[in-house]
Design a protein around this ligand. Structure first.
Ligand SMILES: [Zn+2]
Length: 471
């Protein structure tokens, strides 16, 4: 978690990791952690306002998994964005990491954003959550415990609706347990700074970001960012972070081009403050100015600017230029010439080969095709992408919508069952699997095979779920 309260710590600590005992001393086993992670993911999707923008999610996930790949352990990580202007991030059970849109907005560089994500990843590698939280002493079903954890982590700091009053004694106990200790914070900083450095980011960014937030919040005490509440920033903590970063070699690895500036434009677009946006305040390069212009054309459903086509002609253009072009074709309702269609087809094919794990390309293209009345082709594009993606929830939801238009009822249900399984909503997935079975018309072996696969996965999850609830 990342809140900053301005607490001045006393005493000095050596520039080494605080002794917290072995990270293996966890309060619950892997099976329970997996089950909690599943229920937590389901809660995030059903009770919170997740930010579903395809490009922003692709960006955060790429950044998150890149950092996680340098941890040296092969744990599961998944990254979700909460549509919430408070500056916050958290690490939930089983490597589920949440980033608030407010945090993305508050970071000035990709290094700072990477710093916060690296800090959260380090809470996971060190098992901080499971070490703080006494699972055995908490009563209630797994789902209700997961909901409570989510409510606490995502931040219900409004005193009138505090968890303690809302949930009674158990909520209060859990809230006390989940408070990040200062030792955990400094450990997550230290490991996070090393992770930043290993991944080619500026190791000073951790101290810079927390320091800047803490300073800003001292000027405006009514606006203490959530992240500072859960992540007390002390002078000592900042000094430690600075020391640690100093000691790392300055040799920087090749860093990929940062595209945080584009992502921030997307956030602005969705918060419909684009019109208040004053380009004079920010120096933009040509590509950024073009992206801005394209987003405006999408917002106002106006015609596609020529510059976005030129951007796509550059050999290493970012995938978000391709999806911006597709999106502006979709919203402008432009009827494409056969030449333009051929160009778009080739562009998408090329980009899919370069970025097979980026769901924004096939999904945006399928929406364009849907609007152009080419539903079958839209379905085909998504089905081809399915096996290459790590995050498939949006893909299955889009497929369900497309099948609804072709009136293939059982395929609508099948894809909803798959979508809910993706986010750990076992009961909903079970329901839609049943509906799929009930609506199969002819002797369709392909769909029967898919149902068997789904049922096997569901049975396994249900078995584990019963086990954890019994404990
Ligand atoms: Zn933290």
């Amino acid at each position: 978690m990342i809140l900053i309260t301005s607490i001045l710590a006393t005493g000095s600590q050596a520039n080494s990791l605080p002794d917290l005992g072995s990270p293996d001393l966890v309060e619950y086993d892997t099976q329970t952690e997996k089950e909690l992670g599943r229920a937590f993911t389901s809660t995030l999707h059903t009770h919170y306002n997740l930010y579903s923008d395809l490009e922003t999610n692709a960006y955060i996930r790429e950044l998150g998994h890149k950092l996680a790949s340098h941890t040296g352990n092969n744990r599961n990580y998944s990254f979700y964005i909460i549509n919430d202007t408070s500056i916050n991030a958290f690490a939930g059970p089983d490597g589920v990491i949440g980033i608030h849109t407010g945090l993305i907005n508050a970071t000035e560089t990709e290094d700072e954003l990477a710093a916060v994500i690296a800090h959260e990843i380090s809470h996971v590698t060190q098992n901080h959550l499971s070490r703080r939280y006494e699972y055995s002493s908490t009563q209630g079903s797994l789902n209700s415990i997961a909901s409570l954890i989510a409510a606490i982590l995502i931040g219900m700091h409004d005193p009138s609706a505090g968890m303690a009053t809302l949930m009674g004694g158990m909520g209060y106990n859990l809230q006390q347990q989940l408070k990040n200790s200062r030792l955990h914070e400094s450990e997550a900083d230290a490991i996070g700074i090393d992770l930043l450095h290993k991944s080619g980011y500026n190791p000073h960014a951790m101290g810079d970001f927390f320091g800047r937030l803490a300073k800003a919040s001292q000027l405006d005490t009514f606006q203490v960012p959530e992240i500072l509440r859960t992540h007390p920033v002390s002078e000592n903590r900042l000094a430690e972070a600075e020391n640690r970063a100093q000691n790392l070699s300055m040799v920087q690895k090749d860093k990929p081009e940062s595209y945080l500036s584009y992502i921030k434009m997307r956030l602005k677009k969705d918060q419909s403050s684009l019109l208040e946006y004053n380009p004079q305040k920010i120096t933009q390069n040509k590509s950024e100015a073009c992206y801005q212009k394209t987003l405006e054309s999408i917002n106002t459903k106006k015609r596609v600017p020529n510059c976005i086509k030129n951007e796509n002609d550059k050999p290493q253009s970012l995938p978000l230029f391709t999806t911006a072009l597709i999106e502006s074709y979709t919203t402008s309702n432009k009827k494409l010439s056969s030449q333009e269609l051929e160009y778009l087809d080739k562009l998408v094919e090329f980009k899919l080969e370069l970025h097979p794990n980026n769901p924004s390309i096939p999904i945006r293209y399928s929406r364009y095709l849907e609007q152009a009345g080419e539903i079958e082709k839209a379905i085909k594009i998504l089905k081809n992408a399915e096996s290459k993606l790590t995050y498939r929830y949006s893909l299955y939801k889009t497929l369900a919508e497309l099948y609804a238009q072709t009136k293939q009822e059982s395929y609508v249900y099948l894809n909803l069952a798959k979508a809910y399984l993706e986010i750990g909503s076992v009961e909903r997935s079970e329901y839609f699997t049943k509906r799929t079975k009930e609506t199969i018309k002819d002797n369709n072996n392909t769909i029967k095979h898919e149902i068997t696969l789904l049922e096997n996965k569901l049975n396994k999850l249900l078995k584990n779920k019963d086990k954890s609830t019994d404990e």
